[in-house]
Structures are given as structure tokens and as C-alpha cells.
Design a protein around this ligand. Structure first.
Ligand SMILES: *Cc1c(COP(=O)(O)O)cnc(C)c1O
Length: 382
């Protein structure tokens, strides 16, 4: 979402001039390490590990928590498909949970979907909106479940007095070109838990076979993968960090202005939000799908049912229950039969058919968005 420019160019130039593109070769001069320290401090978290994508971050967090064959992981039926695929990568199965009008996982449906085999919940903060973390944390505590917060689409966003990603046991960020921090591709695992951090770091670095990280003291060696980033990614992220506050401040003030205009509309309302004071994302929900469709014909508005692989009914690889090798079959390892159908989360579909996301256009000057608010409000008044 944020633009890239001169700051990123200078940062990349610095790395190239240093002649060292690997973070571990750069040692204490590593810009990736500097980014991690600075961002973790900003978010008031103990550890942050940069990896090569949000999907990699999800898989690393699941591996760190020791989730695997026989385990069920609760995921919302509305999220980027990666959230639901990540459990399969460690041998566990995703169990789909409805969202509510806030566009985030419905705590009541979480309760209904918990079985003796459930090990974790992955609440997803979609489109800079935030989940009901108080309710989710309480459920997780009662049932002794891990909370792995997927904050890929809400990097830097606040929920009450904390930042999303730092409320559950472990949080996940993506830094791909759609997200609040943009390194083209990239991701991170964030946690206050020493052991989860150690294990995520080991997993992302081939089990750290050749590198004894300072933290890995008592954790037995296990095999991992390579999800490392280069200094080029770290340098861009460090430079991007200086743009994040401006972006979020802009989104917040524009949301306030837009809400003022849109809340007078008929046959619709601004979607409920779990922390209106800090809100930086905006959607509206109509009584009827046709009205949402009409509204979405305008620039800067998108009806969520039209967002492809964010909706469970379009998750073909999951519905197919097929992996690259038929003997790797998390569904056979599950303790009960897991099936998926287009109807299983019909409430989610109903909400998505009636909900439109309203862009707050951080890339445009404020007067443009003010005009846009007036145009949208006018279209709602008839
Ligand atoms: C983008 C995204 C991911 C995956 O991130 P990548 O960096 O594309 O792998 C996971 N979950 C959500 C909710 C996302 O939006």
C-alpha cells in the first residue's frame, strides 16, 4: 500500500555498497536485525523475526507451536487463502468458522467449532479491521488453545491499548505489495514467548543446522526449511517503517470523515468495529445484496463477495483435499472426517454479499477523498 521511493533507494544503495547481501553475514551491522529491533520496540513486543512471506510466517508460527498431524486449526471462512492452507503445510487441518458483520471471525461460532482435537485459533484482522480479541482470548484460555493472530492485513494497527499481532501467543505479518509495509514480498513472526520465537527462528533457518543462535540454548534441534530474507528486504523494510505512522494517521482521520458522511445513508449502516477509536478500515453493510451491488459500481468501493480467493467457496486446493503426494494427507491423519461444502458457512456469504469495503485512498490528497465521501453519501441518500 505505501509507495516506495527515494528512502528505499538509498537504503538499497547502502546494502549494495557494503558488498554483503546476507543478513547473517552482515552480523551486527544487519539492517534486517535493526528493522526487527525497531519494529518490535514500536509494537511493544519482545521478539520479531523477518521471513520471506506472510504464508511462511504462518507456517513458522504453527511449527513453532508444535502443531501437526491430528490437530485441527480454526480459521475464518473469509480470509486470504494462505491462512487456511498453512495448517495443511504442517500436517494439521483447517476447520472453517463463520465471520460476523465486523468481517472478522465470530467468537460464538468458534465455540461451536471447537472439538477435543482443536489446537489453535487463527483470528484474521482483515482489511485493517480488528477481531474481537477480548472474546477470542477468553475462549482460547478456557479451552487451552493457541491464538495465532494473522495481522497480515493490519500491520501496525491498534486494538485498544495494544497492537494487533502482539495480543495472541504469536502474530503474523505480511510485507507483500498490498500490505501496510511493502517490501514486494516478505513477512514476520512476532511474539513475547521466548520458546515460540526460538522455534520459529530454528524452523525458518533449516533447523539452524549451521548457526547456533544465541537463544537456541535448550531447544533440541529439529529440521526446518529456508524462509530467510536477504538484507535487501531488511533495508527496504527499515526504510518503509518511517512511512507507517503517516499512512495509519491518514487512514484514521479519513475514516472519521468518511463515517460522518456515510452514516446518514439509507438501507445500510457502517459495519460494527471492535475498536472504533483506533479504527483505520471502513466497510458498510446493506440490508439487501442488490443495494450493495449498486453501491459497489462506484470507484473506490468493492463488494466483498467479489474478492475471489478471500472467500472459502473459492478455495479449490482445500476443497480438493489433495497434496503434492497422496501419502501426505492431513485429512487421513485427522481424528474425524473433515468435509467442506459451499453451504457450510452460508452466514459468511450472506454478510459478504451485503458488505462493501470503502477505500480511504491514502495515496490521494485529502480533498479528493472528501469529494469522494460526498459523492458516495449522495448515492446513498436516494
Ligand atoms: C497477504 C496475506 C497472507 C499471506 O501473505 P503473503 O506474504 O502473501 O504470503 C496471509 N493472510 C492474510 C490475511 C493476508 O492478507
Amino acid at each position: 500500500m505505501p509507495r516506495v521511493g527515494f528512502r528505499e533507494m538509498l537504503a538499497l544503495g547502502r546494502v549494495i555498497a557494503s558488498g554483503t547481501l546476507s543478513r547473517y553475514e552482515s552480523g551486527s551491522a544487519s539492517l534486517t536485525s535493526r528493522f526487527e529491533a525497531r519494529f518490535a520496540e514500536r509494537l511493544q513486543a519482545k521478539h520479531l523475526l523477518t521471513v520471506n512471506s506472510g504464508t511462511s510466517a504462518l507456517i513458522s508460527a504453527l511449527a513453532a507451536a508444535g502443531i501437526g498431524p491430528g490437530d485441527e486449526v480454526l480459521v475464518p471462512a473469509y480470509t486470504w487463502v494462505s491462512t487456511a492452507i498453512a495448517p495443511l503445510a504442517v500436517g494439521a487441518v483447517p476447520v472453517l468458522v463463520d465471520i460476523d458483520e465486523s468481517l472478522t471471525i465470530d467468537p460464538q461460532d468458534i465455540e461451536r467449532k471447537i472439538t477435543p482435537y482443536t489446537k489453535a485459533i487463527i483470528p484474521v484482522h482483515m482489511k485493517n479491521l480488528v477481531c474481537d480479541m477480548d472474546a477470542i482470548s477468553a475462549i482460547a484460555k478456557r479451552h487451552r488453545l493457541y491464538v495465532i493472530e494473522d495481522a497480515c492485513q493490519a500491520v501496525g494497527v491498534r486494538y485498544k491499548d495494544r497492537f494487533v499481532g502482539t495480543i495472541g501467543d504469536v502474530g503474523i505479518f505480511s510485507f507483500n505489495y498490498h500490505k501496510n509495509l511493502n517490501a514486494g514480498e516478505g513477512g514476520a513472526v512476532i511474539t513475547n514467548d521466548d520458546r515460540l520465537f526460538t522455534r520459529a527462528r530454528m524452523y525458518h533457518d533449516v533447523g539452524s543446522y549451521i548457526r547456533q543462535h544465541e537463544f537456541e540454548g535448550n531447544e533440541p534441534i529439529f529440521s526446518g526449511v529456508n524462509f530467510r530474507v536477504s538484507e535487501l528486504t531488511g533495508a527496504v523494510l527499515l526504510a518503509q517503517l518511517s512511512r507507517l505512522d503517516t499512512l495509519l494517521r491518514r487512514l484514521r482521520s479519513r475514516r472519521e470523515m468518511m463515517v460522518k458522511h456515510l452514516s446518514k445513508g439509507k438501507k445500510m449502516k457502517v459495519s460494527p468495529h471492535h475498536d472504533p477509536t483506533n479504527a483505520v478500515g471502513l466497510s458498510v453493510i446493506f440490508e439487501r445484496a442488490e443495494d450493495a451491488k449498486k453501491f459497489a459500481a462506484q470507484r473506490g468501493v468493492e463488494r466483498l463477495i467479489e474478492t475471489g480467493r478471500h472467500i472459502y467457496t473459492n478455495w479449490e486446493p482445500i476443497f480438493a483435499q489433495r497434496s503434492f503426494n497422496p501419502r501426505i494427507d492431513p485429512y487421513k491423519w485427522a481424528h474425524r472426517e473433515i468435509t467442506y461444502s459451499a453451504e457450510m458457512c452460508s452466514r459468511t456469504l450472506d454478510i459478504l454479499e451485503r458488505t462493501c469495503y470503502v477505500s480511504l485512498g491514502p495515496q490521494y490528497p485529502a480533498p479528493v477523498i472528501w469529494m469522494q465521501a460526498r459523492t458516495l453519501a449522495r448515492s446513498l441518500s436516494s
